[in-house]
Design a protein. Structure first.
Length: 402
C-alpha cells in the first residue's frame, strides 16, 4: 500500500512536466483530505477525485499515460530539436517515476489515506511502464508529434489560434474512383514533404465537385501516422499565417496549410499576403510546411474587361500581376468534370462500396438523370446519388421514386 502523502510530494516536485499539475484529476488528488480532517471534507474530496477520473475513464494509469503524452513541454521540444541532453534525461527519469507512483494509486490507498469509503468507484490500474511509453514517444516524435499535435490530425483557426478538429472528415484514398493521375501527383508531392525532400506548394483547380478538397483531406487521413498534419486557413485569415509558420517551423511534424475555394478580387488585400507567403520571407520557407489550395479558377484573381482594356498606363504589368499568383504554386493539378465513361465508372465503383444491388444498366440510367437535374456530372453528384440509392434500398422501394 502506498503512502499518498509521499506520492503527493513527489508530484509537487515535477518541473519538466509541471503542466500536468493543472489537470483536474491531478488537482483533485492533491485535494484529498487526510484522515485527521473532518469527515464531511474527507468524503467530499474522495467524491471529487472519483468524479473527475470517472468523467473520462475508469483506468487511472491509462489516464496518466494520455495526459503525459499530450503535455507540451520543454522535454518534447528539445527532443524534437535533438537537444535533449543527459541532464534533462536524468531529471525526466525521476519525474516519470513520480507519475508511475501516481498511476499505481488504488482505491484502497485512497481509503487508507482519507479514512473515507470510496463510493462505487473501483478504478483500474493498467500495468503500464510509463517510462518506456514516454521514451518511445520521444524516439518517434517526428511521426507522432506532441501536445495537441499527437492527438489530432486536422486543425482550424479560431481567433487566430490553432484549434483541433475533433471529428474530421474520415475519407480515405481507397474511397475514390477515377482521377488516379491527378491524385498521384499530389500524393508524390506529399511524400516528398514527409521525407524532408524539396516539394512544391500545390494548386488544385478545376470544376466544382471534382474532388479537389476531398483529395487533400484523404491524403492527410492516409499519412497522418507518418507525421502529416493539416491546418485549414480561410482567405480572411491569411494575415495570421506568418505567426503560424514561425510556430510550426521547429515542429518535427510536417504540415499542409490548406486554403479551400480560393479566389481574389483585384482590390483584395489578402492577395498580397498570400503572394508573400508563397514567395517566402527573408527567413526562408520551412521544409516541413507546404501550402495546398483549391480553386475553381486557374488564375485565382477575378479579372474584368477594364483590367485588359482600361486606362492603366502599364496594362500588361497589371495583367501579369493579376495572373502571377497561381504561378507561385510549383505544382498545379487540374480536376475537370468527368466524361460519361468516367462518370459511369465512378458510379459503379461507389455502388460496389455501398453494396447497392440495383441492376447496373438501370443504375446508370438513373445516375445520368440525377446528374442532369443536378447541373452536370461530377464525382460529388455520383456520391450523393449512390448514398441516396443505398439509403433507399434500406427503405423498401423508395428508389423507384427518384
Amino acid at each position: 500500500m502506498q503512502d499518498l502523502q509521499a506520492v503527493k510530494l513527489r508530484l509537487r516536485g515535477l518541473s519538466l512536466l509541471r503542466g500536468l499539475l493543472q489537470d483536474e484529476v491531478f488537482a483533485a488528488f492533491f485535494a484529498l483530505a487526510p484522515a485527521h480532517e473532518p469527515q464531511e471534507r474527507r468524503a467530499e474530496s474522495v467524491a471529487r477525485f472519483c468524479g473527475a477520473l470517472f468523467s473520462v475513464t475508469d483506468d487511472l494509469a491509462d489516464y496518466v499515460r494520455v495526459k503525459m503524452l499530450e503535455d507540451e513541454n520543454t522535454v518534447v521540444r528539445r527532443a524534437a530539436a535533438g537537444t535533449l541532453t543527459e541532464s534533462y534525461r536524468a531529471a525526466l527519469e525521476a519525474e516519470l517515476a513520480a507519475l508511475q507512483a501516481f498511476a499505481s494509486v488504488t482505491p484502497e490507498d485512497v481509503q487508507a489515506y482519507t479514512g473515507a469509503p470510496v463510493p462505487f468507484a473501483h478504478w483500474r490500474n493498467a500495468p503500464l511502464d510509463l517510462r518506456a511509453v514516454y521514451f518511445d514517444q520521444l524516439q518517434n516524435i517526428g511521426k507522432r508529434g506532441y501536445g495537441i499535435w499527437a492527438k489530432y490530425r486536422m486543425f482550424i483557426l479560431k481567433d487566430g489560434q490553432i484549434a483541433p478538429v475533433k471529428h474530421p472528415d474520415e475519407q480515405r484514398l481507397s474511397d475514390f474512383s477515377g482521377y488516379q493521375r491527378e491524385r498521384s501527383l499530389v500524393i508524390a508531392n506529399t511524400e516528398a514533404l514527409l521525407a524532408g525532400k524539396p516539394c512544391n506548394n500545390v494548386l488544385l483547380y478545376g470544376d466544382a465537385g471534382a474532388g479537389k478538397s476531398s483529395t487533400v483531406k484523404a491524403i492527410v487521413n492516409e499519412y497522418w501516422t507518418e507525421g502529416l498534419r493539416l491546418i485549414e486557413v480561410k482567405k480572411n485569415e491569411l494575415f495570421f499565417l506568418p505567426d503560424i509558420l514561425d510556430r510550426l517551423a521547429r515542429n518535427p511534424l510536417k504540415f499542409i496549410i490548406f486554403i479551400d475555394d480560393l479566389s481574389f478580387t483585384r482590390s483584395d488585400s489578402d492577395f498580397g499576403a498570400l503572394k508573400a507567403i508563397l514567395e517566402g520571407s527573408v527567413a526562408g520557407r520551412s521544409r516541413n510546411i507546404a501550402v495546398y489550395a483549391t480553386s475553381n479558377r486557374r488564375h485565382l484573381v477575378q479579372e474584368s474587361i477594364s483590367d485588359r482594356s482600361g486606362d492603366d498606363l502599364h496594362r500588361q504589368d497589371t495583367i501579369q500581376e493579376l495572373t502571377s499568383l497561381s504561378a507561385r504554386f510549383g505544382l498545379q493539378v487540374t480536376f475537370l468534370k468527368p466524361d460519361k465513361k468516367l462518370f459511369e465508372k465512378i458510379v459503379l465503383d461507389l455502388a460496389k462500396q455501398h453494396n447497392v444491388t440495383l441492376e447496373a444498366e438501370k443504375l446508370l440510367q438513373k445516375a445520368e438523370a440525377f446528374a442532369l437535374r443536378g447541373g452536370g456530372r461530377s464525382p460529388r453528384l455520383a456520391k450523393q446519388f449512390i448514398e441516396y440509392i443505398a439509403y433507399s434500398e434500406k427503405n423498401a422501394g423508395a428508389s423507384q421514386n427518384i
